[in-house]
Design a protein around this ligand. Structure first.
Ligand SMILES: [Zn+2]
Length: 153
């Protein structure tokens, strides 16, 4: 996705709407996969000698849940906002900037969001809430007792 600075004037901004192949994200596929192309919608405005690019980029990814090791759908919508200062090349490539905007939206460690009942929405498995810290008010003995109860059934 690129634009030609020579074709944009202060009076006339440029609207761009394009699908960018998700391969540009360079996802390793070990913990993140792209399910569809990136849809980018931006406006390029000329302000004196600079260009301001604003808009959105969205796509749908699949991330590996750090808790259940299952793939979960992960829609991404990233805000795009970049200022290009003069002097300008004949053509300005927005693709690396959009890649950056999308990657910044991804969590370092993705985990599914458990329901109020502690159920994973992807696997349907139940998880017990973990004690806040090792020196919580609840003694270790209580957790031992609970785990013994669990293994009985
Ligand atoms: Zn999960």
């Amino acid at each position: 996705m690129n634009f030609l600075p020579a074709l944009i004037t202060v009076e006339h901004h440029l609207e761009l709407k394009e699908e960018i192949p998700s391969e540009i994200l360079g996802l390793g596929e070990a913990s993140a996969k792209a399910l569809k192309p990136i849809l980018a919608e931006v406006t390029v405005q000329k302000e004196e000698e600079d260009f301001l690019v604003t808009g959105w980029a969205q796509t749908s990814l699949s991330l590996l849940c750090g808790r259940c090791a299952e793939w979960m759908p992960w829609p991404v919508r990233a805000r795009v906002e970049h200022l290009f200062e003069a002097p300008h090349a004949n053509s300005i490539d927005l693709t690396p900037f959009i890649r950056e905007d999308i990657l910044l939206e991804l969590p370092l460690n993705a985990v599914c969001r458990l329901g109020a009942d502690g159920r994973c929405p992807v696997t349907g498995e139940f998880y017990q809430p973990r004690p806040e810290s090792s020196d919580s008010l609840v003694s270790e003995g209580v957790w031992d007792a609970l785990s013994k109860l669990k293994t009985k059934d």
